[in-house]
Design a protein around this ligand. Structure first.
Ligand code: GUN
Ligand code: ZN
Length: 484
């Protein structure tokens, strides 16, 4: 029993892996579509045929349902939903955050989740609103932590219970909460109360909250981003180390007549064409889809296809080591996603530690690329080069005899010895014509090299057009304009 997580490939802080619950194993990152038993636009069986391996439903709805409560207790959740994959159940916490109270206790909801045969149970955590002040956030976190400890005590250390990380908008509380769930030996850790952040496009805050939570979790914990969300943000969340998403967006959007794409949603009555390869979009025109009596269901099907396909695309990007490029692409879809992406790049120093050593390639996609983990890593490594008394950094790639060592220059990485010419990242990177941002970043590499080799004398040889940037980044550097 229990929940086990194994990571296979990694990229940035993202990973592909395997989550095992009891006898069932699913691939991660994974999407857990939200199922409301009373309102199944797409059935669990249909989801299974689309490659969905796990889903999430609300135990509170089952427990309050005249139609489903007894059936779930008698037949089990898997039979009632006709789904043989992993089923996770949420407690009444979401209702708690919306309606302020629920008529169930922590041990009652956990017992009920156990009794209906759920694979992953969620205690009655308190999702602290982002607007809550520190006092409230601390008090609510205290109650949540008490309930998590109670769950372990009452149901045993191997019970498949999730340990949600709360703490509101306060990063130190999030880190403390994460350390707390780690100390309680939870290996499946949802990050909670982020739905209001995502609904109001506060992706910068989302990044700070998730990154803070991650500092207190072990890399072996499977991380679920509760209530996420729109497929345009999965790549960003995966890059931070989130492994599971439980989207209701496919159904909620469908109800509102919204058509999801990986770069935003559209109102179906405003679409002239359907930019998607799924079965719904290939068998309907935009007008037919809009006017179809079964529009809600067709939209839900399309939305789910798009969402599931994005998860596959993310898994492939992790396998290739191209997740930064996918994040870059997705985060151009909305200015607030771009703000979140930039906030993530601001964490490159800590992300570098989990990033992988070698990748398929590095594509330069504009000045944001200058902050990527590969550059942080490469420039840190420069201190390990062994250099003589005089060192030339030749932007044009030509050798000069009068120096002990000649290094070449590839922005945005910086100086490199010819032995690294073919290796990642210098060798496996594609850059367009040099721009100011990448040359500045490359000069930062020269600066690190100079700082770590104080006994060597450095000279830069470059075209006159780069001299101003070189001098701005490297005070008192000797610059030559000779070209070979
Ligand atoms: N669904 C969305 N957010 C949350 C959360 O913080 N806790 C629980 N239990 N469910 C959620
Ligand atoms: Zn489609």
């Amino acid at each position: 029993m229990g929940i086990a997580f194994e990571s296979l490939y990694s990229d940035i802080a993202g990973r592909t892996g395997r989550l095992t619950v009891g006898k069932k194993t699913i691939k991660t990152p994974a999407l857990l579509p939200v199922i409301n038993p009373h309102l199944q636009l797409v059935t669990p069986k249909e989801m299974r045929s689309m490659g969905v391996e796990a889903l999430i439903t609300n135990a509170y709805i089952f427990s309050q349902s005249r139609e489903y409560r007894q059936r779930a207790l008698d037949e089990g959740l898997h039979k009632v939903l006709d789904f043989d994959g992993v089923i996770m159940t949420d407690s009444g916490s979401f209702q708690l955050s919306v309606y302020g109270q629920v008529s169930v206790t922590n041990t009652e909801t956990l017992s009920f989740q156990r009794d209906i045969g759920s694979d992953i149970w969620v205690p009655l955590d308190i999702p602290t609103s982002p607007g809550a002040d520190r006092g409230i956030a601390e008090r609510e976190l205290g109650i949540t932590m008490h309930r998590l400890a109670e769950a372990k005590e009452v149901f045993g250390k191997d019970a498949p219970v999730a340990g949600p990380v709360q703490g509101g908008i306060f990063t130190d509380l999030r880190a403390q909460a994460a350390r707390g769930v780690t100390d309680l030996n939870f290996t499946f850790c949802p990050i909670g109360a982020v739905v209001p952040l995502m609904e109001s496009y506060r992706y910068r805050d989302l990044v700070s909250v998730v990154m803070a939570a991650k500092t207190g979790l072990t890399p072996s914990a499977c991380v679920h981003l509760f209530g996420a969300g729109h497929p345009s943000m999965f790549a960003l969340a995966t890059a931070m180390g989130c492994d599971l998403f439980d989207s209701a967006a496919y159904a909620l959007s469908a109800k509102e007549g919204r058509y999801l794409t990986t770069h935003g949603s559209f109102k179906i009555d405003e679409l002239a064409d359907l930019p998607c390869a799924c079965n719904v979009c290939r068998t309907h025109t935009a007008e037919e889809l809009n006017n179809d009596a079964g529009r809600e269901r067709l939209l839900a099907l399309h939305n789910l296809y798009v969402t599931v396909a994005e998860i596959s695309r993310i898994r492939q990007a992790i396998f290739d080591g191209t997740l930064w490029e996918l994040v870059d692409e997705r985060c151009r879809g909305h200015p607030q996603l771009l703000a979140g992406y930039r906030a993530l790049l601001g964490c490159a120093g800590s992300l570098e530690k989990s990033d992988r050593v070698s990748k398929r390639r590095f594509f330069y996609r504009g000045s944001e690329s200058c902050s990527r983990t590969e550059i942080v890593r490469y420039q840190q490594m420069l201190s390990r080069l062994q250099l003589g008394n005089s060192v030339l950094i030749a932007f044009d790639g030509g050798m000069r005899d009068e120096f002990d060592d000649t290094l070449f220059f590839k922005p945005p990485f910086g100086p490199y010895p010819k032995e690294l010419r073919e290796t990642f990242p210098v060798g496996q990177s594609e850059i367009p014509e040099w721009d100011d941002a990448m040359v500045s970043t490359g000069c930062r590499g020269i600066r690190y090299l100079m700082e770590s080799h104080p006994k060597s004398r450095f000279v830069v040889s470059c075209k006159p057009c780069w001299e101003a940037i070189v001098r701005q980044e490297l005070e008192n550097i000797e610059v030559r304009n000779d070209e070979i």
